[in-house]
Design a binder for this molecule. Sequence first.
Ligand SMILES: [Zn+2]
Length: 199
Amino acid sequence: MSEPDHYLALGVAPDATTDEVRDAWRFAVQAFHPDRFTDPSLREQADRMARRVNAAWQVLGDADQRARYDRTRRGRRSPSEAPGRELPCPACGTLSMIADQQGAAASVRCPACAQRFTAMIGARLVGRPQLQMRFLGGRYRLELADATGARSRVQVRRLPPELALADGETLSLVFGADGRRVRYIVVHGARTDIGWKVR
Ligand SMILES: [Zn+2]
């Protein structure tokens, strides 16, 4: 597994100012606060993300450490390393291109409305969506894995029936501004991305 990218973890550009990095870190710490998640697997994922953004801030928030990190980062990464994933903003629907995170969550800032949101990007679907019947209709439960094999489960109300999701498919989830509910699911096919609004 490749080393996590501190800029991607915070959803900031490599030339972001320290203030911008600090704002993004503060936002992400709140967005990924484990107390905000009731589902144990989402809580675990949030806990991992909180550790990741804190690690990023520890390096990027310190001028010397950041300069050192930038030097090694430039030598390590090429821009084409990770495929771009086009994801909609939960507030205004504007698409933005974000580097694939192999199933990790990232904090993204919408270029159009400046809303910050959380997205789980490039996760692998484990098995098929399971329909669970509830008192007032059903819900689909999706199990997703990231590059480390860590699993998380999400529930969505609707899945387009014509889209038969199969095991191993690559998906991204866009969470609403509250950081809890899935607003969009995007399936990354070999040639095209298919996205739909969940609620
Ligand atoms: Zn927006």
